[in-house]
Design a protein around this ligand. Structure first.
Ligand SMILES: Cc1ncc(COP(=O)(O)O)c(C=O)c1O
Length: 502
């Protein structure tokens, strides 16, 4: 079956977060008196959990905006989901495996809990050849998110935790659920027992470890969601040395490693000594478009030991066998196809396409004088709105441009003043750009052009600078440049130009 990056381009079709319980329905549910209640008290850890409403809240605001503006073409650059179809070589492998299950020869029941040998070997060869991670140190899973919680079963609830601030909320939330975060403190928007390692432009998104308090468990995500920043080799060496000096364990998340375009390490195990202090979690989700298919892996090196010298890998094996039972065999066949030469090449083409989208977002916001980060080594673009509350920026962008973003505060207190945009959802490319340029910054552009007109001494009526379509010429130029860049890229990659829905 032929495979290609995508056969058609449309308005972004990333599905909005569909909360099982929306904010409003939950509120009304609480207000309603139930006919019967169990005698089981709610877990204090669950009661302590905040931020429950980030994506439901975004969804609710989006729904309200859509109700008020029924003609609005809402563009969702918020949720970090993939949008491009999975290459045919990969889906064919899954189909073949599924069909084989209907035959006597092809039928298989339970597989190894740790994952099929061929896939563990392929992961070791593809991602860990230089760091010499062995296949039996790799545990195939149903995704990184599950593993973030699963690995924490290894660790006592009394252990302290450090996280980057801002970062992917699952590290904090799972720590709260497991009871090791301490009480939530509303005034600081932080949990008492969590060390928040500030990662901001001023410190190049890497914490100052000389003033970072010791923590038992250090979650570190690189490239980081939401800042899009990948730690350098030298920074990671500092992190490994810091963990070693403190006897800590690093839980290192590389869900976006395949997006790295510079020489930043793709794995913590590229750093000498890391095998003695780190566990690495990774995923096929963003690399292969497997967000719905579900596949990931965790590396637990044999050198990683508890304080009594017992190997952590032995306990992790026990946890996987007891609490998991192995990833779907159909999905693992797809994972193997992802790592074949042909599958890997096809996936890199998709990532290349996403990177082009990132450039559009970065260029668009940078050209408006805003400080823009990320996009180079991760599918996230992180835009700074100094002095503004991130929810206010979110509202303003939604109301004026119909674009859904994510307020940075959702990723920790260090995310205030920022918004996150996801380039993967920018399948309608020029359209999103048009909205941003035309609506949100219309005023700013007008002012700029007015200044230019005055400088050039041209007609004050504006007839020279306003195109017949009502677009500003500088916008049109950016828009044309973008469209032709996407077209060139596609021609290069696929041999075919596709509709760019301008
Ligand atoms: C940093 C990070 N880790 C893990 C995940 C979840 O990955 P998976 O789909 O494999 O559960 C995400 C999803 O957005 C993420 O951003």
């Amino acid at each position: 079956m032929p495979h290609q990056v995508s056969s058609c381009i449309s308005i972004p079709h990333a599905v909005s977060p569909q909360p099982t319980t929306t904010y409003t329905s939950w509120k009304s549910f609480r207000e309603k008196k139930a006919d019967y209640q169990t005698g089981i008290p709610r877990s204090v850890n669950m009661e302590n959990l905040q931020n429950e409403y980030l994506f439901p809240e975004i969804f609710m605001r989006e729904s309200e905006h859509a109700k008020k503006n029924p003609d609005a073409k809402i563009i969702r650059l918020g949720i970090g989901d993939t949008t491009e179809p999975i290459p045919g070589i990969i889906t064919s492998a899954m189909v073949e495996k599924a069909l084989a299950l209907s035959t006597v020869e092809g039928y298989r029941g339970y597989g190894p809990e740790q994952g099929i040998g061929a896939l563990r070997k392929a992961i070791a060869e593809r991602f860990y050849k230089d760091s010499q991670i062995k296949e039996n140190e790799i545990f195939v899973s149903d995704g990184a998110q599950c593993d973030i919680s699963r690995v924490q079963m290894l660790l006592a609830p009394t252990l302290s935790v450090a996280v980057q601030d801002p970062t992917f909320p699952a590290y904090v939330d799972s720590s709260v659920i497991l009871g090791r975060a301490g009480r939530y403190q509303a005034e600081s928007n932080k949990y008492r027992n969590i060390v928040y390692m500030k990662c901001v432009p001023e410190n190049n998104f890497f914490p100052d470890l000389s003033v970072t308090p010791r923590a038992d468990v250090i979650f570190f995500c690189s490239p980081n969601n939401p800042t899009g920043n990948a730690a350098t080799r030298q920074q990671l060496k500092q992190l490994v040395d810091f963990a070693k000096a403190n006897g800590s364990i690093i839980i290192y998340d590389t869900a976006y490693a395949t997006y790295i375009s510079d020489d930043s390490p793709r794995s913590i195990f590229e750093i000498p000594g890391a095998k003695q202090v780190a566990i690495e979690i990774s995923s096929f989700s963003k690399f292969a478009g497997f967000t719905g298919v579900r596949l990931g892996w965790t590396v637990v090196p044999q050198e990683l030991l508890y304080s009594d010298g017992y190997p952590v890998i032995k306990d992790y094996n026990r946890i996987v066998c007891t609490c998991f039972n192995g990833a779907s065999n159909v999905v693992q066949a797809g994972g193997l196809a992802c790592l074949s030469e042909e599958g890997f090449k096809a996936l890199n083409r998709t990532i290349g396409y996403y990177r082009e989208n990132a450039k559009i977002l970065v260029d668009t916001f940078s050209s408006l004088g805003l400080k823009v980060y990320g996009g180079r080594n991760a599918p996230y673009v992180w835009v700074h709105f100094p002095g503004m509350k991130s929810w206010d920026v979110f509202n303003k962008i939604l109301e004026t441009t119909d674009i859904v973003t994510v307020p940075g505060i959702g990723f920790g207190p260090g995310g205030e003043e920022f918004i996150r945009l996801v380039e993967m959802a920018l399948a309608g490319h020029g359209i999103a750009e048009a909205y941003v340029m035309k609506k949100l910054y219309k005023q700013k552009m007008e002012e700029q052009e007015k200044k230019e007109r005055i400088k050039m001494g041209s007609d004050s009526s504006g007839s020279e600078v306003q195109s017949s379509s009502g677009c500003f010429p500088c916008f049109s130029k950016t828009h044309q440049r973008t469209s032709s860049r996407i077209k060139d890229y596609r021609e290069k990659q696929d041999g075919t130009a596709r509709d760019t829905h301008v």
